[in-house]
Ligand binder design. Structure first.
Ligand code: NAG
Ligand code: NAG
Ligand code: NAG
Ligand code: NAG
Ligand code: NAG
Ligand code: NAG
Ligand code: NAG
Length: 452
């Protein structure tokens, strides 16, 4: 409904007012004022998809058809907008949204999501939580769990699901047995745990997180979900039926982004050369996602088959590249030109829609390619605001500016899956299964595209 209305509107206005280029984003990457102006428009465009305070809306969730996980991603984009641009406009909205979805057990498994939530979904909210701690974002009051605690609760509840029974370890895609995808171990769930662990290690100085990160990394490497050597790649995942031996070799930007920045955090904290070698290896591998230095979602963009989820992946890659360039400074000279060229390319795509600055999906398309949505706004916002990655302090830690408090034992080890399973009726279970079947099929359907 929502999309229908705005698509008719934007179609009409595109037809009627083709001259709306006065609103276009004219980006000068060397000017803070220009970056402020551009990201101001994009942040507003992103928030057009947030109806949390409107009738029928839910605080913390974006409009249909955007799933809960993507909201976690979008609040991360807005948090960095707040931080990089030092702009408080949306600070309260971000805070309230991230609190609203935390769930009764303070671990980002809110009851409304409990029939469909996967490990990767939870990870995206966990990433927003550790990011809030690292940016020293306003904390909940001291008698409530703070950002660090929430990130630790996500990490711990995910780590407790580590499954050694199949494929020698790893997280499954799904948390709940009745969801299809439960038999699939995917890279993003495991890379998400690795990534959060790396950030918790650096923030807290607790080496148990390094041990965990190493274990996850070694497992991913052992089952060939990631590769080392000439090319450091991250693939999609595999089914447990044949012990994870048939890897789906799709490459998504967000997986590579989680790996490279996770390695960069570990290098920055441990100063161990192995993590620098790996960081640099993934930076080289990531070059497959650039076309003349312009970032693209190689697995689906050319075939125009990216779904709503996938259309936001470039946002996370942009964010993770900015972080990597700061935390592993030797990568800066490679990453910076990518961010600069991609930011310019993204900006020139933002000439669509009725507002005249709606962004497209394909940044090397000349002008607006006709795509629009939350993912397009997030991706353009992230690549442009990451021009400022080095101009603001690097992610804080508990000892140099991060004030969030936590607890290494955060999260409840009771397996929530079972008691929630009991309270579900048959209809909910079937609905949840159908949703994940659709997602699963769409991933397989795009499996025809393989890098190298
Ligand atoms: C702050 O952000 C808002 C919303 O994105 C924007 O309209 C405003 O221009 C920004 N202010 C500055 C000083 O950049
Ligand atoms: C859960 O869903 C109900 C019904 O859609 C909604 O009213 C409520 O705000 C939601 N709660 C959260 C925390 O999202
Ligand atoms: C299953 O895969 C794991 C990880 O690669 C390996 O350690 C284990 O030996 C395999 N098990 C069988 C039965 O092949
Ligand atoms: C790379 O960009 C050019 C335009 O700059 C385009 O013609 C070409 O199709 C792109 N390649 C891929 C693989 O998308
Ligand atoms: C860690 O990151 C900081 C901030 O960018 C940087 O100054 C420092 O050199 C990095 N440490 C290492 C070992 O590269
Ligand atoms: C972090 O936030 C706390 C609490 O608001 C504040 O006292 C502290 O100065 C902040 N640290 C930095 C580096 O801004
Ligand atoms: C360090 O992290 C581990 C793993 O999460 C946790 O079990 C332990 O309690 C933490 N130690 C401290 C002192 O917080």
């Amino acid at each position: 409904m929502v999309m229908m209305k705005s698509s008719i509107l934007s179609l009409l206005t595109t037809l009627l007012l083709c001259s709306s280029s006065t609103n276009a984003i004219d980006l000068d990457i060397d000017s803070l004022e220009s970056i402020q102006h551009a990201t101001g428009l994009l942040a507003t465009g992103l928030m057009d998809y947030y109806w949390g305070y409107d009738y029928g809306g839910t605080v913390g969730m974006f409009t249909n058809p955007y799933y809960w996980w993507e909201a976690g991603g979008a609040w991360g984009s807005m948090l960095d907008h707040w931080y990089y641009l030092q702009n408080d406009t949306y600070a309260d909205v971000i805070f309230t949204a991230m609190q609203a979805q935390v769930g009764d057990d303070w671990d980002y498994i809110p009851l409304n999501q409990s029939t469909t939530e996967g490990n990767d979904d939870q990870a995206f909210w966990g990433i927003a939580a550790i990011q809030a701690a690292e940016r020293n974002f306003t904390n909940p009051s001291s008698d409530e769990p703070q950002w660090l605690y929430l990130a630790q609760a996500v990490f711990n509840t995910m780590a407790w699901r580590w499954d050694t029974e199949h494929c020698g370890g790893g997280l499954r895609w799904q948390i709940f047995q009745y969801n299809s995808g439960y038999d699939y171990k995917n890279t993003v769930s495991n890379a998400g745990l690795f990534h959060i662990g790396a950030r918790l290690a650096r923030f807290t100085g607790n080496d148990s997180y390094v041990d965990w990160a190493e274990e996850i990394y070694d497992w991913l490497l052992g089952v060939n979900f990631i590769t080392e050597g000439e090319w450091y790649f991250a693939y999609d995942g595999a089914n447990i039926d044949d012990n994870c031996s048939s890897v789906t070799k799709l490459q998504w930007t967000y997986n590579a982004g989680m790996m490279v920045s996770g390695c960069a955090y570990l290098y920055n904290y441990t100063e161990d050369e192995i993590w620098l070698t790996r960081t640099e290896g993934y930076v080289k591998g990531i070059s497959v996602f650039f076309n003349d230095s312009v970032l693209y979602e190689a697995a689906c963009q050319a075939s125009e088959s990216c779904n709503n989820d996938q259309r936001s992946f470039k946002a996370y890659m942009s964010r993770f590249l900015g972080l990597t360039s700061v935390l592993a400074p030797t990568t800066y000279d490679t990453i910076r030109p990518w961010i600069e060229k991609s930011a310019k390319a993204a900006a020139q795509s933002c000439v669509g829609g009725y507002d005249g600055h709606t962004c497209g999906m394909n940044w090397f398309y000349n002008g607006w390619d006709g795509y629009y949505g939350l993912g397009e706004e997030m991706s353009a916002l992230e690549i442009i605001q990451n021009l400022l990655a080095k101009d603001r302090p690097a992610p804080y830690t508990a000892t140099n500016g991060g004030s969030s408090s936590g607890d290494g034992a955060a999260g409840s080890p009771t397996v929530i899956a079972y008691d929630q399973l009991l309270t579900l009726d048959g209809g909910d279970k079937a609905g949840a299964a159908i949703i994940t079947i659709v997602i699963g099929v769409s991933i397989v359907a795009f499996g025809s595209w393989l890098v190298i």
